[in-house]
Design a protein around this ligand. Structure first.
Ligand code: LLP
Length: 433
């Protein structure tokens, strides 16, 4: 029934998360409410860190892709766990800095970095830029020259691999807005340019094939293409990459239809290809970094809502509407993403009411999840949980309809604490002149 082992049911028939009663948590903090299981985040970090060291050697490093969920306390957890981070904006950089995160372990992504972004990242001592294009390399060179420093850089290239996932997160193809394609020769041109710039130190290459990836051999194919490209650059440009960044993308279980991925096992398979191809090409093995986002935080998150109305339209369908919606979780509206929905306060009741879980926004498309099963008795005031919301929920939340964003409450060792407080009406008007 459960997609992750941090979910359970107690004697009262209440859903538990990280061993804590969700009904008590909702009573204490109100709804809508994001919960984060800190132990699960730490566990997921350790799975990557240990498996990467074991399979790729001691220089391998997982970078948490903080676009998946970004707030100060989460960077503190990443710091404790010895993770690097992938950051994509000055907002993420400043948040990590506020957490005391050592930004020499940060990799700065983005396909449209402004001069201000470049300067901010250098002010904060970001270790490595992942340069997307020629324009950006020019901006990095200019800013680094001005400061009299040499900036470490990776180049984002597209290996031309179809990850068999949904369109909006499919990023490794030749026609992607990200990076420069190996197939068109433009990746090589970008490398030539980087090598010619005196204030840029090229470390190696980056690729990211997509997100929510389950397909068998996507990362194996990516590592193969990337190593052959690295060998080609060695032969043609005399440049030997010391770092290979394979991006993020491993899928997580949103419903029991999704497979269970054994990350350590998967990384073992990728490493086997890595070592074999390096050997075949007589290539010195570059250090490997990965950028997992979703698979670090998704199953550490759960959102609680209170039902506000139950609408039955005989012969058509039923709706249960809650006090949150696309403002705190736009993923069904955007991608038709699947979720597991549970009646948190009555887990033992038979679930026979087929309904759409609707949000509170003034828009028909504000559906959190269609076609879910809830108890026939569901009514206003009942507590509803949406599971596996730790990735790309809070990070993608908006104030559409001027709805305030929920707080993020972290659960640790049987205790709970507020990591991000609930937005207030004053917060919503704070920027208004
Ligand atoms: N590295 C790069 C360069 C990326 O673009 C991404 C995700 C990641 C790492 C992390 O991928 P993950 O391990 O989380 O799959 N908003 C969408 C997902 C967009 C992903 C964008 N890039 C969603 O809610 O499904």
């Amino acid at each position: 029934m459960f997609t992750c082992d941090n979910l359970g049911v107690n004697e009262a028939g209440h859903l538990t998360f990280a061993g804590q009663d969700t009904v008590s948590l909702a009573a204490r903090y109100g709804t809508p409410l994001y919960l984060m299981d800190e132990a699960r985040v730490r566990h997921n970090c350790r799975v990557y860190r240990d498996a990467m060291r074991r399979h790729f050697g001691k220089n391998a490093l997982p970078l948490y892709a903080s676009k998946a969920n970004s707030f100060t306390q989460l960077y503190r957890v990443m710091r404790d766990e010895g993770m690097g981070v992938d950051v994509v904006s000055c907002g993420e950089i400043r948040t990590a800095a506020k957490a005391g995160f050592d930004l020499s372990r940060a990799f700065f992504h983005g396909n449209a970095k402004t001069d201000a972004d470049v300067a901010c990242a250098m002010d904060c001592g970001v270790g490595c830029f992942v340069a997307d294009n020629e324009d950006e390399l020019g901006a990095i060179e200019a800013e680094a020259a001005k400061r009299g420093l040499v900036q470490k850089v990776l180049l984002r290239v597209t290996p031309g691999i179809d990850p068999h996932t949904y369109e909006a997160v499919n990023t490794g193809m030749v026609d992607s807005k990200f990076g420069r394609a190996i197939a068109t020769g433009q990746a090589e041109e970008l490398a030539r340019l980087a090598l010619s710039l005196p204030h840029v130190e090229l470390l190696g290459f980056h690729c990211h094939v997509g997100s929510q990836v389950f397909a068998e051999d996507v990362f194996e194919r990516a590592v193969d293409v990337m190593l052959r490209f690295i060998a080609e650059m060695r032969r043609r440009l005399g440049f030997t990459a010391s770092l290979l960044d394979l991006g993020g993308g491993y899928g997580v279980r949103y419903t029991s239809d999704d497979p269970v991925l054994d990350i350590a096992d998967k990384l073992g398979n990728v490493a086997r290809v890595f070592h074999a191809v390096c050997k075949e090409l007589s290539l010195p093995e570059p250090a490997v970094v990965l950028e997992p986002g979703r698979s670090i935080v998704a199953d550490a998150g759960l959102t609680l809502y209170t039902a506000q109305s139950v609408k039955r339209i005989p012969g058509y369908k039923n709706y249960v509407a809650v006090d949150g919606g696309m403002t705190d979780n736009p993923r069904y509206a955007l991608y038709k993403s699947r979720y597991t929905v549970l009646p948190a306060d009555s887990m033992n009741a038979p679930r026979t009411l087929r309904c759409d879980l609707a949000g509170c926004c003034c828009e028909s498309g504000d559906i959190l999840q269609p076609d879910v099963l809830l108890p026939e008795t569901v009514r206003r005031g009942d507590l509803i949980a949406v599971c596996t919301t730790g990735a790309y929920n809070y990070a993608m939340a908006s104030n559409y309809n001027r709805v305030p964003r929920p707080p993020v409450v972290m659960l640790r060792d049987g205790e709970s604490y507020v990591a991000v407080r609930r937005e207030t009406a004053d917060d919503l008007t704070a920027l208004d002149e």
